[in-house]
Design a binder for this molecule. Structure first.
Ligand code: ADP
Length: 523
């Protein structure tokens, strides 16, 4: 009889997970990838902080560990661990310590980051690894995400690696956005408990300070980012945010896997938030959704026959609001409508409020986080704007495709990988895109879109091409699984090398040199 292979045990660490707590696309990934991996036969557990205000209301969670002792510097600070098992088999663990996670926001307020984010996420990483033996889960792979989990691979390599429990565990680290690195003053380093020589050029030191993202990059067995294009871009000066040299030095371990879309959440055929459901084969409902959206955001109903542009976004420099500002006056001269949903930097909030006040018959701006309205915009708009300066993957353009809302994007990162430009000659392509980050290029893309909007047959073709695209998680989950195998092989090789060279290397840290990472500090 053939012995059944044991399922691969995967622990995923996230600082946000939909639907429990969300500020952006990371939470969407966390809400969908684990279940896609579970469907492929993995035993997947996820762990995140217990943000009281968001998680308290989950009724069926159970206490898994009480008073878990978690080291932070010279102290041991207790955490309680809660958990639930979801219908798809994924187990979610929450790490509760109110001092760190009972806050009104996840990472900071509009005035800035929380003063103790270093302590909060150092503690989180430590707690993740302290928790596993207590809940009797011994992962084959720990897959950590973004800087908030950046110390997890570092602990595995330099603190827990010699521990028998963790000796065979491989680490995978995913960069969802390289602009957020978790940089802190070097004086805090002793709190990590990592070996002193890890605060060096070969370790987590970055321009004199601490950098969590760098710690993960130099320590993980495999590094991934969320689109193939972005994995190339971040190795260049224009996109690497100072870490391009480190990434070049580790490029043999760096891979790009496109995020998927959760079509259980984002599907116009079943979406409960929208006024009428519709499909690629019957688009009638889309017009009803457009009228509903116009009413909801208080724009004139006459716009139902004009191009209605939508945007849903964090209001951050990354998202291209400067370009939008640069074309806005010309744009509102056109007979169009514009709906923007977002929260973020004061600068952009003011700019958008001002535009909405001046052009209230054409522009509606909602400065809030509103899941329901996000779905209504995806369904009701004709075009979706993402003129991003950079975009690791981007999810809204993928959702837009499924809703028949034609994306107009800058050709960068995941936007480049997902939005093939429409070619009238061949009838192929799903959107409009421009390359240079400049207002004129953006404007030309808008003009091209408006011109084709006037040709209903062609416009329908673009819509239907987009709606036929399939970015479901399964494809990406299979790619992750392959990388997990690679990470395990890498880990195995490293262990063999370690055995050969003996204990001397055990004490050292990664020898990858990074001459390009030096320079002035960056906030
Ligand atoms: P990022 O992660 O850089 O913010 P993504 O496009 O990858 O961008 O993901 C953004 C996610 O957050 C999408 O699911 C989008 O609908 C959602 N989102 C962003 N801003 C808002 C908002 N103001 N209200 C509701 N959902 C929002």
């Amino acid at each position: 009889m053939v012995k059944k292979k044991a399922p691969l045990r995967v622990l995923m660490t996230f600082s946000e997970v939909a639907p429990y707590a969300k500020t952006g696309g990371l939470a969407d990934v966390a809400g969908a990838l684990p279940s896609a991996l579970s469907e492929l036969g993995c035993d997947v557990r996820i762990v995140m902080p217990f943000y009281n205000r968001f998680i308290e209301k989950i009724a069926d969670k159970k206490l898994a560990v009480e008073n878990l002792s978690v080291p932070l510097g010279s102290q041991a600070l207790a955490a309680d661990i809660y958990h639930i098992r979801l219908d798809d088999g994924v187990v979610v663990y929450w790490i509760q310590r109110d001092e760190f996670f009972d806050r009104s926001h996840l990472y900071g307020t509009s005035k800035g980051d929380y003063f103790d984010n270093f302590q909060r996420f150092t503690y989180f990483a430590r707690a993740v690894l302290a928790m596993c033996p207590e809940v009797e889960f011994k992962p084959n792979v720990v897959h950590a995400h973004d800087w908030q989990s950046g110390l997890v691979p570092a602990y595995l390599k330099h603190l827990y690696g010699t521990n028998e429990y963790w000796a065979e565990t491989a680490s995978v680290f995913t960069i969802h956005n390289i602009a957020y690195q978790g940089q802190f003053a070097p004086e805090l380093f002793p709190l990590t408990g990592l070996p002193a020589n890890f605060l060096s050029l070969d370790g987590m030191e970055f321009w004199g300070g601490i950098n969590f993202l760098k710690a993960a990059i130099v320590c993980a067995d495999v590094i991934t980012t969320v689109s193939p294009r972005y994995s190339e871009e971040i190795q260049t000066k224009d996109y690497g945010q100072g870490l391009e040299g480190v990434l070049q030095g580790n490029r043999s371990r760096l891979f790009g896997i496109l995020n998927g879309a959760d079509y259980n959440e984002w599907n116009p055929e079943t979406d409960p938030y929208i006024a009428a459901n519709y499909s690629r084969h019957n688009l009638d409902g889309k017009r009803i959704c457009k009228l509903d959206l116009l009413r909801e955001v208080q724009l004139p109903e006459r716009l139902v026959d004009r191009p209605l542009l939508g945007a849903i976004s964090r209001l951050a420099e990354q998202k291209g609001f400067d370009l939008l500002a640069a074309v806005l006056d010309k744009l509102v001269d056109q007979d169009i409508g514009l709906v923007i949903l977002g929260i973020g930097d004061d600068k952009y909030q003011r700019m958008l409020t001002d535009v909405a006040d001046r052009y209230s018959k054409k522009v509606s701006v909602r400065l809030e986080f509103n899941e329901r309205l996000a779905h209504k915009i995806e369904a009701g708009a004709d075009m979706f704007l993402m003129p991003s300066r950079y975009e690791p993957c981007g999810l809204n353009q993928i959702y837009s495709l499924r809703y028949g809302t034609v994306p107009i994007v800058r050709a960068t990162g995941g936007l480049y990988d997902t939005i093939k430009p429409f070619s009238p000659e061949r009838g192929e392509g799903v959107g409009f895109r421009f390359s240079k980050y400049e207002a004129d290029s953006f404007w030309r893309a808008l003009m091209d879109a408006f011109a084709l909007f006037k040709q209903p047959e062609t416009w329908r073709q673009i819509i239907q091409n987009g709606m036929a695209m399939d970015f479901s998680w399964k494809t990406s989950a299979v790619e992750y699984l392959e990388l997990y195998e690679k990470a395990l092989a890498e880990k195995q090789r490293a262990a063999e090398r370690g055995q050969k060279t003996g204990a001397a290397e055990e004490k050292g840290i990664s020898r990858v040199r990074n001459p390009k990472s030096e320079g002035p500090n960056r906030s």
